[in-house]
Design a protein around this ligand. Structure first.
Ligand code: SF4
Length: 205
């Protein structure tokens, strides 16, 4: 794999997206961070040094292929970036917002460990998936063949929904049941809007 446009950590410092103005947040209690611009995301992704042993990926519970989606983002190949990010993760836009990256991928990034400052992986993951939604790349699952079985899942929290996706990909008909009127479980009822806007969860219904 070429490393052109990568390894820019020697000249570009780590940067998160801008925070939304406090005056605005005080009125809507919405998310703290705005989204990266296209240029900002590409620039931050280009800081990655494409490690042979990527500790970001090793320490990700999903083993997300982070170096590859960073490479695609830095080189403007966002649809491929989204396909890579969503191949191991049912909700990359949600993990990009609420994962404890400082203890997982970002905390173990080689650049963080060597004092250069981590690649801002979570914010880039969010940017990639928000772009995918805007561009219409997030599509319903169409399994290669339908199986004559249906599965009921009790609990529409993130675990139940991820399970539903995995089974649907294999061709099962899936019904998810929950005691509450909205799907999402902890994502809806346990995480405040300033971390994860409810509309982001409901978009997946
Ligand atoms: S550990 Fe950091 S520098 Fe290395 S591949 Fe992962 S994000 Fe890139």
């Amino acid at each position: 794999m070429s490393v052109d446009r990568m390894m820019q950590f020697v000249r570009i410092p780590p940067r998160m997206p801008d925070k939304r103005p406090a005056e605005q947040r005080r009125r809507d209690f919405g998310e703290i961070y705005a989204e990266f611009t296209d240029a900002g995301a590409a620039e931050q992704a280009s800081r990655c040094e494409q490690c042979g042993v990527p500790y970001c990926q090793v320490h990700c519970p999903l083993h997300n292929n982070i170096p590859d989606w960073l490479y695609m983002t830095a080189n403007g190949r966002l649809r491929e970036a989204y396909e890579i990010a969503s191949s191991t993760n049912t909700f990359p836009e949600i993990c990009g917002r609420i994962c404890p990256q400082d203890r997982l991928c970002e905390g173990n990034c080689v650049l963080e460990q060597s004092g250069h400052g981590t690649v801002t992986i979570g914010a880039i993951e969010r940017y990639i998936t928000e772009t995918a939604f805007r561009e219409g790349w997030v599509e319903p699952i169409r399994p290669p063949r339908e199986l004559p079985f249906s599965v009921g899942i009790i609990g529409a929290g993130p675990g139940g929904l991820a399970c539903a996706e995995a089974l649907r990909r294999r061709g099962y008909r899936v019904h998810v049941y929950d005691r509450y009127d909205r799907v999402g479980g902890l994502l809806i009822y346990g995480i405040p809007n300033f971390k994860l806007d409810k509309a982001v969860v409901r978009r997946r219904e």
